[in-house]
Design a protein around this ligand. Structure first.
Ligand SMILES: Cc1cc2nc3c(=O)[nH]c(=O)nc-3n(C[C@H](O)[C@H](O)[C@H](O)COP(=O)(O)OP(=O)(O)OC[C@H]3O[C@@H](n4cnc5c(N)ncnc54)[C@H](O)[C@@H]3O)c2cc1C
Length: 386
């Protein structure tokens, strides 16, 4: 067994870390306080190849694998989870859905500019009445005069207001239930398509989470993505990869909160000694580091398996491993951020220290791309062969 990263992967980690500390860290609290989408960072992320991390160079991507992708998301999120989720939704949800299930024409037309970072993507599955039960989608798409006409609304779409390309799921044959939902590619500016309410969130405030609305939105027939009726089933496969990015997002934020805690514990004195000399604080740090390391092993194992699954063919799945990584890393992130605030005492409750923001941001990891409860259901189904 080989547990270490290659020299190239270690170099990548170093490069992303330098980028995140130089280009993102100085602006994090300003963006967070203002709930401001960090538009100025998007071209820089593109120039670094982060917006096309997992796509072949032939399609404008950086030609990396999921291990490298997890490194990128972890390191960006160590500094700002908002940037992590923007990159994750763009890469492993929107662009990957088109790359995996799109025609060659759709790959050329959409994947290339998305992977180059010339365009930003979003992916809309969730609806107000269809969250965990995403198969309960109500947005409909019907055929009229050789076109598809979409009506309905999606909620909680990451990048919803800023995306140039949206992949959205809609019911095409209600009687076929999960095999009656199709995926569509919708371009910004298409009449009848608009972003709606922007959520005012607890955390990840610099990332945009919005409603997207379809009002008799007419799409050419060729904007159907994948087989008609298979959009929901394909989405489950897309979520296998997406969950690795949420695991990496949680891991990065947990690592960030932990590092702040070590620094603070060494510098903060009470009773004439640094608080790091108190066993109660040492035990917290030991537990945090151990849990982060376990989450890292699960996350990178899932990423490593994802790379092997891609190499072994289109039907290979990593559902169990990606759900386990997402479940564990997400819950570890919440526990670690909680202890990080505790170690900072009253100062951890203020915006003067980064742990306050980590504490708010990490909660998404037990909710997005399937809640912890849903991950347990997915894992149990795999275990019981259902
Ligand atoms: C910041 C953010 C970004 C997001 N980005 C995207 C995006 O880009 N695209 C997208 O499509 N969606 C996105 N989502 C939506 C996200 O995936 C959903 O919020 C999530 O799947 C949960 O759905 P829900 O919010 O409707 O909760 P609900 O499904 O209503 O769940 C409420 C509670 O009930 C529990 N529950 C539900 N069903 C069961 C069950 N069968 N057994 C046990 N417990 C159950 C849940 O675990 C949860 O605790 C985002 C959400 C957030 C907050």
């Amino acid at each position: 067994m080989e547990f270490s990263l290659t020299d190239e992967q270690q170099q990548l980690r170093h490069t992303v870390r330098e980028f995140a500390e130089g280009e993102i860290a100085p602006h994090v609290m300003k963006w967070d306080e203002a709930s401001q989408f960090p538009a100025e960072i998007i071209p820089k992320l593109a120039a670094m190849g982060f917006l096309g991390a997992i796509f072949p160079e032939k399609y404008g991507g950086a030609g990396m694998g999921y291990v490298e992708y997890a490194i990128i998301i972890e390191e960006l999120s160590r500094v700002d989870g908002s940037i992590g989720i923007i990159v994750a939704a763009h890469n492993s949800l929107c662009t990957n859905h088109i790359y995996k299930f799109g025609s060659e024409g759709q790959r050329q037309r959409y994947v290339v500019p998305l992977a180059q970072g010339k365009k930003l993507g979003c992916w809309s599955l969730t609806e107000p009445e269809a969250g965990s039960d995403a198969g309960g989608t109500r947005t409909v798409a019907s055929k009229k005069d050789g076109c598809w006409v979409l009506s309905g609304a999606k909620t909680f779409t990451t990048n919803g207001h800023h995306a140039d390309v949206c992949v959205a799921m809609a019911v095409t044959t209600a009687s076929k239930k999960h095999h009656g939902i199709s995926a569509f590619i919708v371009e910004k500016g298409t009449p009848g398509f608009r972003p709606g309410k922007k959520e005012n969130k607890l955390g990840l405030r610099a990332s945009d989470t919005s409603e997207v609305v379809f009002t008799d939105c007419r799409l050419p027939a060729e904007n159907l993505l994948g087989e008609e009726g298979e959009g929901f089933v394909n989405s489950l496969q897309i979520l296998d990869g997406g969950r690795i990015s949420i695991a990496a997002l949680g891991l990065g934020m947990a690592q960030g909160a932990y590092e702040c805690s070590v620094r603070y514990a060494k510098q903060r004195k009470q009773f004439g000694r640094p608080i790091s000399e108190f066993q109660a604080i040492q035990f917290k740090l030991a537990d945090m580091a151990t849990q982060i390391e376990a989450a890292r092993l699960l996350t990178y194992r899932a990423a490593w398996l994802a790379d092997r699954a891609i190499a072994s063919g289109p039907d290979a799945r990593i559902t169990r491993e990606s759900s386990m990584a997402k479940l564990y890393a997400g819950e570890v992130a919440v526990r670690v951020a909680n202890e990080a605030v505790q170690i900072h005492g009253g100062y951890g409750f203020t915006k003067d220290y980064p742990v306050e923001k980590f504490y708010r941001d990490v909660k998404l990891c037990t909710i997005g791309e399937g809640t912890s409860e849903i991950q347990r259901i997915v894992i149990a189904r795999q275990l019981l062969g259902k």
